[in-house]
Design a protein around this ligand. Structure first.
Ligand code: FE
Ligand code: FE
Ligand code: ZN
Length: 277
């Protein structure tokens, strides 16, 4: 079982790896730059290489870096689209120092252009961002369908992937809160949701999970995360997820609201305790 949580990158790369170890994690996620701003810290190559060495030594599962929420590849404003493309390309170039990991992003908001148009734009952008032989796999995140979010259904995710050229470097990160809010009933029919995923996208493309409980009812299209067991998804469902044959080997990333990382340490311990293959 591979589990971790979102960590702050404010103290650098090696510090994230050490913090992950402290809280019982063997994977984690982090923003590739400040989520509210656009400016990247100057790449700290020695720090990244120290993290890389720690990950190998400690046998970490792949990390799931997260693109800032401010990127919108399918914005209706050209300058926003260009900013997102340029920033994603820079993030991916920097991540070459940590090869073999994942880079997860939100497909975007179509801003009334319609999801069909947005799907074309996103796929075309991916084709210009990605390159042959890149060391990172890009993951599209399943979204709750709030506002004009793209990626609200498995069909929308699949059609972006079908239109992209370097499909072997593309995968999916399934967010439990988002799919539940989006109308996929993982609580009462996890197997049904996963077979739908398999039919439309293919389970072979499922690379990582975001584990979040939800503050809102099924199908609400809201996207408010809750601590594991305290929301509308509930502990039992997470017990089934961590033991599910199609999911149990994937990196599981917590993005639950916590006061500090000790809260994540408790959640990681609780989920590891539920793992009983
Ligand atoms: Fe996300
Ligand atoms: Fe998420
Ligand atoms: Zn969310």
């Amino acid at each position: 079982m591979h589990i971790g949580c979102h960590l702050s990158s404010s103290k650098g790369y090696l510090a994230m790896g050490q913090e992950a170890l402290r809280i019982g994690a063997d994977t984690f996620s982090f923003f590739t730059r400040n989520p509210r701003g656009g400016s990247a810290k100057a790449a700290d190559l020695p720090d990244m290489l120290s993290l890389r060495e720690l990950l190998e030594r400690e046998g970490f599962a792949p990390l799931v870096a997260h693109a800032p929420y401010t990127y919108n590849l399918c914005s209706d404003r050209e300058s926003n689209r260009q900013f997102a493309e340029r920033s994603m390309r820079e993030d991916l170039e920097r991540l070459e120092a940590l090869p073999g990991n994942f880079y997860n992003f939100h497909p975007g908001n179509h801003m009334k252009q319609g999801s069909g148009q947005a799907i074309h734009i996103i796929a075309a952008s991916l084709n210009s961002i990605m390159w042959e032989g890149m060391g990172t796999t890009i993951l599209l995140e399943t979204m709750a369908g709030k506002g004009t979010e793209v990626g609200r259904s498995f069909e929308e995710i699949a059609s972006i992937m079908e239109k992209a050229d370097l499909g072997d470097r593309l995968g999916v990160c399934l967010d439990t809160c988002h799919v539940f809010d989006g109308g996929y009933d993982i609580v009462n029919d996890l197997d049904g949701v996963l077979s739908e995923f398999d039919r439309i996208i293919g389970l072979g493309h499922l690379m990582a999970l975001h584990l979040n409980d939800s503050r809102n009812p099924f199908g609400s299209h809201k996207d408010r995360h809750e601590k594991i067991g305290l929301g509308t998804i509930g502990t039992e469902c997470f017990g089934r997820i961590v033991n599910h044959p199609a999911l149990k080997d994937l990196p599981l990333i917590l993005e639950t609201p916590q006061e500090d990382n000790d809260g994540y340490a408790r959640e990681i311990a609780m989920l590891r305790n539920m793992y009983a293959p």
